[in-house]
Write a protein that binds this ligand. Structure first.
Ligand SMILES: C[S@@+](CC[C@H](N)C(=O)[O-])C[C@H]1O[C@@H](n2cnc3c(N)ncnc32)[C@H](O)[C@@H]1O
Length: 251
């Protein structure tokens, strides 16, 4: 039964454990956090739907080796794709790495006619600038176009592999159907900005972009870019505080 006194007591314990966890995490990573707006928070909202959704879990098992994303963030993409990825449109993932997220979206939307574009440099992160405190380029350079092709076979759907720096990598590609849903997971300010601008230029009204890295400990360039978007009149922008910013195109 709900008992406010017990809740307040439990909350204090949670705060102590959280503070200890954050200290341990910093020791393990040999990094001292000085930014006042960073830390660990255990939110008291304990609903974790990704633990019990059978369809999601079955799809996850098929693609989990091909993504670095945790179940919580994959679940957002899985769930949002069902509503926002429209029949006869395109899905784009920028920063696909081995292609697991594109595979998850394809598995989840088998009933729709979708053109899938799985885009990566396959040479790691690019475009780092003074806005990015941690990324210096070339991180995550261990994915190959053949990894995405393996995912394509697993999910039994054609995934177009686009190799090179996005959006220039799209110069020779003719997107037939507008983009209605996209995932951007590129780690740096400039790559996030250029990716979003291209996607919304080729996106339908109501297009939804899930911007990964928002709020990530080491991806502060993307967080800065996301914060710039929050007050734009062109988008409805919501952080879910799982590391993703949801950006909905209004016009
Ligand atoms: C953290 S990884 C992406 C993880 C992936 N989405 C997953 O689910 O595992 C970041 C990726 O972004 C790619 N990347 C960064 N900037 C890019 C750009 N401008 N164009 C294409 N790929 C880019 C890197 O090569 C790297 O593979």
């Amino acid at each position: 039964m709900f008992n406010l006194k017990k809740v307040i007591k439990a909350r204090k314990t949670l705060e102590r454990v959280t503070s200890l966890l954050f200290k341990l995490f910093q020791i393990k990573l040999r990094y001292k956090e000085k930014r006042p707006d960073y830390g660990i928070e255990i939110f008291e909202y304990f609903y974790l739907p990704w633990k019990s959704d059978d369809e999601f879990l079955a799809n996850y098992d098929l693609i989990s080796e091909f993504t670095l994303n945790p179940k919580s963030r994959l679940y957002t993409i899985y769930e949002m794709s069902k509503k926002y990825l429209l029949d006869n449109t395109s899905f784009v993932e920028v920063g696909s790495w081995k292609g697991g997220v594109t595979g998850l979206v394809a598995l989840t939307n088998k009933d729709k006619n979708i053109d899938y574009y799985s885009c990566d440099t396959f040479a790691g992160v690019v475009n780092s600038s003074e806005k990015d405190s941690f990324f210096k380029n070339s991180e995550y350079s261990d994915a190959l176009p053949s990894d995405v092709k393996k995912v394509s076979e697993i999910v039994n759907t054609n995934l177009n592999v686009v190799e090179g720096i996005f959006p220039q990598s799209m110069n020779s590609i003719n997107i037939k159907n507008p983009i209605s849903f996209a995932h951007i997971d590129v780690d740096t300010y400039i790559s996030a900005k250029e990716s979003l601008e291209f996607i919304f230029k080729n996106g339908s009204k109501g297009c939804l972009v899930v911007l990964d890295d928002y709020g990530g400990w080491f991806t502060d360039g993307v967080t800065k870019y996301g914060n710039e978007l929050k007050f734009s009149e062109d988008f409805f922008v919501v952080p879910n505080h799982l590391g993703q910013l949801l950006i909905y195109k209004l016009n």
